[in-house]
Write a protein that binds this ligand. Structure first.
Ligand code: SIN
Length: 275
């Protein structure tokens, strides 16, 4: 196994490995790299659905089926992220997966089925590094704050549609996922690193703050995280795989490929109760 670091603080490409048949020793080394680099990339991994699911299960118990995203007909835990001719991507946001859930996922395993020749990259951001660069004064302030995470951004997106009553299916289902209050700064359960656990798509407000102050403070923190020194950008190829630590990163799908067909399969692993 060869591990090549890619970004300044996160991201590594792993070569000389077959993800469909990892030994215990290989997985142990891979898991340490996952914690160290936060997102791992692999090339030329023609995984079957069973291989993909089995790989994700090495990291922990899988999430139940996603309430909004489409999935494979024969496996509800494999989300299909697909754009096609006449069906381009909708607006993209920096996000950490599913922080509108009480317990956000631990990690995701994303496998490219087919991708555009040009464009359609994904960028990951190291939210522990963003945190580490804040001043001591900011850290003292932010450690005291809670944030509210909510589903709003999925409403009206390509994953939403109107039911027979003309109502948004997402806004109806959203009733099952009330806004979640959690500390803005989370301690990573395995590395012990502090993480600025906010994201542009699902972090709505700073709890108990006036709306305008909350938006202004969040915007400042989000713009901090937009600096490329905290990022790693991945160019997909057919059968590439990315595995990321959802507890320490945000990511952003670059929608610069029009409606060129692009399809990835995602399997997501449950997080720990404390977050
Ligand atoms: C995701 O947000 O899980 C998918 C990212 C992408 O489509 O590049």
């Amino acid at each position: 196994m060869k591990i090549t670091p890619l970004g300044d603080t996160l991201g590594a490409q792993v070569d000389n490995i077959d993800l469909s048949q990892l030994s215990e020793a290989e997985f142990a080394a891979l898991y340490q790299a996952f914690l160290r680099y936060k997102v791992l990339f692999f090339r030329e991994q023609p995984l079957s659905t069973d291989n993909h699911v089995a790989l994700a299960k090495r990291f922990g118990e899988l999430e139940p089926p996603h309430p909004f995203f489409p999935h494979l007909p024969d496996n509800e835990q494999v989300v299909v992220i697909e754009t096609s001719r006449g069906n381009p991507p909708s607006q993209s946001y920096w996000h950490t997966d599913m922080t509108w859930q009480a317990v956000p996922p631990k990690c995701s395993v994303l496998h490219a089925q087919y991708v555009p020749e040009h464009g359609g990259d994904t960028i990951w951001c190291d939210m522990a590094a963003v945190w580490a660069d804040l001043t001591d004064k900011e850290k003292i302030e932010l450690r005291e704050l809670d944030t509210i995470h909510a589903l709003h951004a999925v409403e009206g997106s390509r994953y939403d549609h109107q039911d027979a009553d003309g109502q948004s299916v997402v806004s109806k289902r959203a009733q099952d996922y009330p806004p979640i209050r959690r500390a803005m700064v989370q301690t990573h359960p395995e590395t012990g690193q502090e993480v600025l656990f906010i994201n542009e798509q699902f972090t709505r407000t700073i709890a108990d703050w006036p709306e305008a102050d909350s938006q202004q403070r969040l915007a400042t923190l989000f713009s901090q995280a937009r600096q490329s020194k905290y990022h790693v950008r991945f160019r997909w190829q057919k059968h590439s795989v990315a595995i990321w630590d959802n507890r320490a990163t945000q990511h952003y799908a670059v929608t610069d490929y029009g409606d060129t067909p692009r399809r990835l399969h995602r399997v997501t692993v449950q997080g720990e109760r404390s977050q």
